[in-house]
Design a protein around this ligand. Structure first.
Ligand code: HEM
Length: 467
């Protein structure tokens, strides 16, 4: 087994990791025990892989495509972890992932129709932001609805109004839920006194409340579609899923009641992934821009020379906006949005870097470490987009350790949409506005929250319309 801290019986190193910023704590372990180390967390044994070569090579292997059997995840998927895509594994995951990828592509992923929707959402957002020109604005919660809408349109045929109170409430709950979810939270649920409600249950109250609210929204989407579905006519992704349920034999995960449960879990996966990830990355981007004003100015000059001011940016501009793309890569690297990726599980006794990894144990593939390896990047803590450009400054350089969407068979299913959204929104927002940090803002260390998704600590910007 990989070396690691000697933890307390039963609890292991869990409470230490919960108390401290887990990423900082994992760095200390790495310095002491090496690039592959392990610790105990409740009933779980966790191997942490921080070497980018080992991360990329092992993410490809069949034996690491599992997801841990956390009680919290079982609760979240209505009593069976193996539903939907995100938290599921084995044949059900394969079947669901294949269907979801194809369905999202059929209804717009990567297509021109999607680009039109994204531009429409961008323009609505620009208009909403114009109301706040000159005032300090907290960007938390500002991008979520606009970013979610194009996905939600493909999935359900509907979009949300930006000021829809139900959505606003849900987004607040998503944000709270995500912030509350520490890197070690799911494992903590396995600590029996927590599991049986004797201590610490309030840690999970936010996610329970969130699930109740989101269930009402998603159940209505499913019921409305079920009641209005016309045989052979799929209007959107949910209809295509219903078509699949109706056509399924009793061997598949689409069959009958189990099919309906899987549809619910898939919608929950897409809602959560769509509502929080891309919008938090955009928040990071604007935080870095307001702290690196020379970079922001250079991006704006590039936009002015390639796109101009009279039309919105388009995907066709992407290959020419080279500096902007380098900046987005640097934002992904610095932010490392999902620091240890979504947890993987070994599905047989195996090894990593020569260390034994037992069947059913948890593996953290540390995207944060791949993105901050000093041996590879040189100055990993500097925001320096030029590292992604060749000497002439006109060509993008690919860096293998940059893996914000992870790698291998579980690589992010929404990557195409996320990249298109980030590109169009980032270019469109900087085309229209300059983002300046609110002079009263005290967020200067630019470190993320110690959560499962790393969000910026609260900050405010002042927007100026570009003349
Ligand atoms: C900047 C935005 C995003 C980032 C950085 C991101 C990153 C990730 C990462 C690191 C994983 C885990 C992969 C692994 O298990 O190793 C993941 C999985 C996933 N993402 Fe994203 N994601 C983003 C946006 C989205 C969006 C917009 C969607 C909506 C379609 C989405 C849907 C998913 C799903 C369904 C999975 C689970 C895939 C599986 O387990 O097979 N993501 N994402």
């Amino acid at each position: 087994m990989a070396p690691g801290p000697y933890g307390l019986p039963v609890v292991g190193s869990l409470f230490h990791l919960v108390k401290e910023n887990a990423i900082d704590e994992l760095q200390k372990y790495k310095a002491k025990y090496g690039k592959v180390f392990s610790f105990a967390a409740g009933d779980f044994y966790v191997t942490v892989v921080t070497d980018y070569r080992l991360i990329i090579d092992n993410l490809k292997k069949e034996e690491f495509q599992g997801r841990p059997d956390f009680e919290l995840w079982k609760d979240r998927n209505s009593g069976n972890k193996n539903r939907g895509v995100l938290l599921c594994d084995g044949p059900v995951w394969q079947e669901q992932r294949r269907f979801v990828l194809k369905g999202l592509r059929d209804f717009g992923f990567g297509k021109e129709s999607m680009e039109g929707m994204l531009i429409h959402e961008l323009q609505d957002l620009q208009n909403a932001l114009r109301m706040d020109i000159g005032h300090p604005v907290d960007l938390s919660g500002v991008f979520n609805a606009s970013v979610l809408n194009s996905l939600w349109h493909i999935v359900t045929g509907n979009r949300f109004e930006l000021n829809d109170p139900t959505l606003k409430n849900l987004i607040t709950l998503v944000i709270d839920n995500v912030r509350e979810m520490l890197i070690t939270t799911p494992a903590l649920f396995f600590y029996r006194p927590v599991k049986y409600g004797l201590i610490g249950r309030e840690m999970f109250n936010g996610s329970v409340k969130f699930r109740e609210h989101v269930r009402i929204l998603l159940q209505k989407v499913i019921d409305d579609h079920w009641n209005s579905y016309q045989e052979g006519e799929a209007r959107d992704f949910v209809d295509a899923y219903i078509q699949q349920i109706k056509a399924s034999s009793d061997k598949s995960s689409f069959y009958s009641e189990e099919g309906k449960q899987n549809l619910y879990s898939v919608l929950l996966d897409l809602f959560l992934a769509g509502a929080e990830t891309t919008s938090t990355t955009l928040q990071w981007a604007m935080l870095y821009m307001s702290h690196n004003t020379h970079v922001q100015k250079k991006v704006q000059e590039e936009i002015d020379s390639i796109v101009g001011r009279s039309r919105p940016p388009s995907r066709g501009d992407k290959s020419k906006l080279v500096y902007l793309e380098a900046v987005l890569n640097e934002v992904h690297r610095m932010a490392s949005l999902i620091p240890v990726s979504v947890y993987h599980k070994a599905i047989k006794d195996t090894e990593i870097g020569g260390y034994f990894v037992p069947n059913n144990s948890v593996v953290f593939f540390s995207i944060y470490d791949a993105h901050h390896d000093a041996g590879y990047w040189g100055d990993p803590n500097q925001f320096r987009p030029e590292r992604f450009l060749d000497k002439s400054g006109t060509k993008l350089i690919r860096h293998e350790p940059l893996i914000p969407f992870s790698s291998g068979k579980r690589q992010c299913l929404g990557e195409t949409l996320a990249r298109d959204t980030l590109f169009l929104f980032f270019a469109g927002l900087l085309q229209a506005f300059t983002f300046e940090i609110d002079p009263a803002c005290s967020n200067t260390d630019l470190k993320g929250t110690p959560s499962f998704i790393s969000s910026p600590k609260p900050f405010k910007v002042v927007l100026k319309e570009r003349k």
